[in-house]
Design a protein around this ligand. Structure first.
Ligand SMILES: NC(=O)NCCC(=O)O
Ligand SMILES: [Zn+2]
Ligand SMILES: [Zn+2]
Length: 484
């Protein structure tokens, strides 16, 4: 059966043009004028764009004594409702657990996914087993991106020596290093002091994680990655200090990317001073929301290209779960939702305000990350042969965000009450119409795992450069290279 999206304007990361798009067998089979199909979707007045890719989600994640509330079913349903057609979640080994073991647990959870997905692997401890398994995780499992938590001391955090060892291994295997960049030692000390001084509420969460802890860790990760010769992707970049480090590194030719979240772009630290404990705690995440200066920096980064991708870090906890932290802010489960709202919020606050062009919107929500993850143009493109992961975007469609009508399993929404203009009319996941004229018609289990190959072009370029500039002995006549 052929489905044709008719009368729309195709918008990709670099082109805008009028065309119909024909889809068959889950792929785009033709792009042109006057196409006919067994089923036709009217895109009059709409943009036909690559579906969004959210490279940072935590679905059913075991964390801080509980599990995040959205699983692969509700999470990917929320994603599709908002125009996102692929998510990348984090497989998280517990201390001492093997990588393949953890991966199997994630494969078991994701059988319910409504859209395609991939994983990053987390390096939560270091040892010979992790070193060995990294190779097969990359080469056999198709997972090429490995996350390192520089925070969450005593739980997920790895130290510099472990990070350097892991980064070197990734450089050798053609993978990419990811970091959650916050100085976990300093955060732990600030938390201890704040509690001692009687600062127990959610606002203390923000005080315990100032921009300096993020700026320092981002710089450190960049330098360690440079010494290891591995490309680096910095997740949830929230402040000017971290952005500045990334910007400088990129200007020096280092292979570094930064990922702001839609929450940090549009919500600020004022949320933590709300008199309602629940309101503030629901917004506790790491790094915390910042002020306008930092938000302006992130927007400028997207405009100038020093920041590359907008994600959500979707890690949703119910109010009941957040209340674990009454009386001690360090026990509030860290994380917020955003999967359904990333694209409409970014369109409303980015494109409609003139901060981003529609093409830049596609770049930062889909195409850039598809290239970084080495799954472009299968994902992130409107091209013949690409997966038919598409969103038919109606720039005139409006709604007020509300927990009452959301797909997510939690009982609130951090964007509650925000009016958005720009929403999906249709979302297609490998050709299946999951949002049909605004109505959600997802199919549980439709999602497939997306394998990715190592040694992306950026890895090859970086290793060529590192080889070329590696230390070499100077040949001196009459002097042997090694002692006699
Ligand atoms: N970001 C957050 O607060 N929770 C999810 C885990 C992480 O990415 O740090
Ligand atoms: Zn993180
Ligand atoms: Zn995260």
């Amino acid at each position: 059966m052929t489905t044709v999206i008719k009368n729309g304007t195709v918008v990709t990361a670099d082109l805008t043009y009028r065309a119909d798009v024909a889809v068959e067998g889950g792929r785009i089979v033709e792009i042109g004028q006057g196409l006919r199909g067994d089923r036709e979707l009217d895109a009059t007045g709409c943009y036909v764009m690559p579906g969004g890719i959210d490279p940072h989600t935590h679905l059913e994640m075991p964390f801080m004594g509980t599990y995040s509330a959205d699983d692969f079913e509700s999470g990917t349903r929320a994603a599709l409702a908002g125009g996102t057609t692929m998510v990348v979640d984090f497989a998280l080994p517990s201390p001492g657990q093997g990588l393949h073991d953890a991966l199997q647990m994630w494969h078991n959870k994701s059988t319910r996914a409504n859209c395609d997905y991939s994983y990053h692997m987390a390096v939560t401890w270091w040892g010979e087993q992790v070193f060995d398994e990294m190779k097969s995780v990359i080469e056999k499992e198709g997972i090429t991106t490995f996350k390192h938590f520089m925070a969450y001391k005593g739980a997920l955090m790895v130290n510099d020596d472990e990070m350097f060892a892991s980064f070197k291994r990734l450089a050798e295997l053609g993978g990419i290093a990811l970091v959650h960049a916050e100085n976990g030692d300093v955060v732990a000390e600030l938390q201890r002091r704040l509690l001692e001084e009687g600062n127990t509420g959610p606002e203390a969460h923000a005080y315990s994680r100032p921009p300096q802890v993020e700026g320092e860790a981002t710089n450190r990760a960049i330098m360690i990655a440079d010494m290891a010769g591995v490309p680096l992707y910095v997740v949830h970049t929230s402040c000017e200090e971290a952005h500045e480090a990334i910007r400088r590194a990129r200007m020096q030719g280092k292979r570094v990317w930064g990922e702001p979240l839609i929450q940090h772009l549009t919500l600020d630290e004022g949320e933590y001073f709300n008199a309602d404990w629940d309101h503030a705690a629901r917004r506790v995440m790491s790094p915390p929301f910042r002020n306008k200066k930092h938000q302006d920096s992130l927007w400028a980064g997207l405009q100038s290209g020093s920041l590359s991708v907008v994600a959500t870090d979707h890690c949703a906890f119910t109010t009941e779960q957040k209340r674990f932290g009454v009386g001690d802010f360090t026990r509030i489960p860290n994380g917020t939702g955003g999967l359904e709202d990333r694209m409409p919020m970014l369109w409303t606050h980015g494109v409609a305000t003139g901060r981003l062009t529609p093409n830049e919107f596609v770049a930062v929500t889909s195409t850039n990350i598809a290239k970084i993850l080495n799954c472009y143009p299968r994902k992130g493109a409107v091209l013949v042969g690409a997966d038919a992961d598409l969103v038919v975007w109606d720039p005139e469609k409006e709604k007020v965000i509300s927990a009452a009508s959301q797909q997510s399993a939690i009982d609130y929404n951090v964007f509650e009450g925000h009016r958005v203009k720009g929403l999906p009319r249709y979302t297609l996941t490998r050709g299946q119409v999951a949002v049909n004229d605004g109505k959600v018609e997802t199919r549980e289990g439709h999602g497939e795992f997306v394998r990715r190959e190592a040694n992306a072009p950026v890895n090859r370029a970086l290793s060529t450069w590192k080889d070329l500039t590696a230390p070499r002995p100077v040949q001196r006549s009459g002097i042997p290279a090694s002692g006699v």
